[in-house]
Structures are given as structure tokens and as C-alpha cells.
Design a protein around this ligand. Sequence first.
Ligand SMILES: [Zn+2]
Length: 431
Amino acid sequence: MIWNTIESASREEIEAIQLKRLQETARRVYALNPFYKEKFEERGITPEDIRSLEDLQRLPFTRKQDLRDHYPFGLFCVPMREVVRIHSSSGTTGKPTVVGYNAHDMEVWNEVMARVYTMSGVGAEDVVHNAYGYGLFTGGLGFHYGAEKVGATVVPASGGFTDRQLMLMRDFGATVLACTPSFALHLAEVAAKAGSEFRKDYKLKVGIFGAEPTSEGLKKEVAKAWGIEYREVYGLSEIIGPGVSCSCSHSDRLHIFEDHFLPEIIDPETGEVLPDGERGELVITTLTKQALPIIRYRTGDITSLVKEPCGCGRAMVRMESIVGRADDMLIVNGVNVYPSQVEHVIANTEGVTLNYQIIAEKKGHLDKLEIMVEVSEEIMSDNVGELERIRKALQESLLNNLYINALVKLVEPNTIERSMGKAVRVVDKRR
Ligand SMILES: [Zn+2]
């Protein structure tokens, strides 16, 4: 099922809509917000210079810091009397980032969330147990109104209170679980205390998960623990909240609702736009937002895009599940390395744990990479042959999968330096 026929429109149709909406958005920010007007002027351009989608590259980037610098409402493009909703980040480090919506923006948000639900096979017959946090965070309310729009029954459970959540899920017959993957796993672990047959007490068929970086291993674990389909949703409050993209029944990649959000992939170092298929930083321009339109927002998230139509019937561009953060990227002898990719390889290697440390050093003019990994408790540290076999397998796997030539060192459990209980992932001695 597809919520809106635009999702299966041809590339030409989509691009025609994108260009028209990009021109409108450029005119809006230029006319209504001094920050954007000044940025356009610095580059010697006006909205009239946007004649093709390629011209997007001439527009300036917007960064999280720009939102902070104009705290709280400085980047809004409508008068406050038109704003109907405010959301905000927790702002644990410095000023929070504040976002606003007018009535039209709320419709856009509900529309894209309706697409997410429909893509996940959710409709009027379903009961959505929504355990995303309600409040300043966009998760709770974003999932809430989208569910109402498709006619589902929403249970606004919000976070916490595990036992009560499980009781509500059982008693109200939840068929859909919406929450973070780690909370879904926690719920399953507690539910499993009732015995190995616990799943028969629940009617769950699908989970719509997001809001935190998630390894492939964790996704599989969550799907298996509940015996449900795993759908991944991506979003960020600066763009709209949840509902920027979602995975479908045919692909692990997430369809971006590109009639509302125009994506680009750039080299995070140079800002240069990269071709389809290459990994880099996701940059998004909103095409229909009015209260807080945003031009070329640097998400900091690393992914890649493919434009081939999908088996589900949708033609909208698909992004890879986020592979890392641009801030974490290491450049080793000219190759971009993301700790999350290294983690993925380690997760698929037997005999080692996910407690690892990547150490980058300079040897002469070359970069040298060493990866320390703690072995599992059950591996006997005196079995030299076995250890060497594991070490070599991991080293080869890194080379074959990521094209990185790293020296792998296996260490005893609990020997890698911890910070806040977690192993310190990256030590870059070149800086
Ligand atoms: Zn699809």
C-alpha cells in the first residue's frame, strides 16, 4: 500500500516538483529572513539564479550552530502569531536548538508520517503503542498524529514504566510498536521473564524504530526478540522530526520523501557534492516548510543515496541506514573510515566483543591504523593458535570489506580504557 501516488511518480515528475518548490523556498527565505538574505548576498546570488536543481549547489549551507546563534526564533520565516507548535532539543551542551511549525507545516509532517505508517503496513485496523517520548522531543507527537491520520488507534504511552507499558500492549492488543530500538529490546527482555512463550500474549506484527544510531546486529535482535518486522524511520527536528524517510517491505534502505525534503550527499571535508552511490554527509533542503524552511542543512549523518526504483513500487530515492557521524570520520591515507563500519565488521567476527579502540598514528608520511579488540570471556587466552586465527580473520575482513589496512591486536576482556562505562572508540594521535 502506498499513501500518496507521488511516492511512485517518475523521476522527471519528482524533479519538476522539486525545482518549483526549491525556487519558492529560496524566495521565501531571501525575502523573509535577514540571515539567509545576507548569506545569499555573500555568494552574490538571488533566488532568481536558481534555474535548475544543480543550482542548489550555489546556495549556502546551514549548520546546527546557525540555529543556536539565532536562538530561539531567529531563523523563523513567519510571524509568531502564525506558529502553532514549538519543539526543542534537550540542549545538554549549550543552547538548545528550537524549531517551529505553522498549520501548513503540521499538515506536511502528518502527511509524511502517514506515508511511514502506510509503508509499514499500518492502517485503521491497527493499534499503535507509541512509546516515543512525548514532550519537547519530536518523536512522541510526530508518531502520534501520523497514526491518527491513517486512522489507527494510538496509545500515547510515552517512555518509561516498562511493566505498565507491557500490560497496556497486551490488554489493548497493540499490533504496532513505535519506540527506540534499545527500548524495544528492553521491553522484550522484561516480557520474556513471563516465559519463553511470552509472544503469544501479544499481537505485535511490526515495529517502527528510530531516533538512535542502530547497528545491523541490534536490528536483527529486536526483530527476533519480538518476532516482528523491523521498519526504520529517520528524521531530525531541524528538518521536521521523524518522517524524513522510512524503510519499506522490499529494501533495508529508507525512502526519502523527496517532494518535501531535497537530499544531497557531500564530502564532509570539502563540501563538494558527491555522485549517487557514494558515501558522504547527508544535506537536506526543506521544500515545503514555511515557519522554519532550511537551506542545505548539514545533518552530520553519513549515508549514500540510490535512485533506482524499488520493488515496493515507490520511486523515491533511498538512503542507506546511517553508517556514522561526519564528526567521527577518520581519514586514513586518503580513505574515509567510520568507526561504525569498523564496528559492523567486528560484530560479524566470532570470538571478539564490541569493546574496541581505533588508534591512528603517523609513521613517516603515512597514517597507520591499529585496532585493539577485547576477546570474549570464553576464549582461552593461552590458546595462541586460536587467537592468531581470530586476529587474522578480523584483519582480513577489515581489508576486504572496508579496504583498510589495519593492524589488529587482541587484548584481554576489560583492558581497553573506558569513559562513562564505554570503551573509548577512537584515539587519533595525529592531531
Ligand atoms: Zn521500497
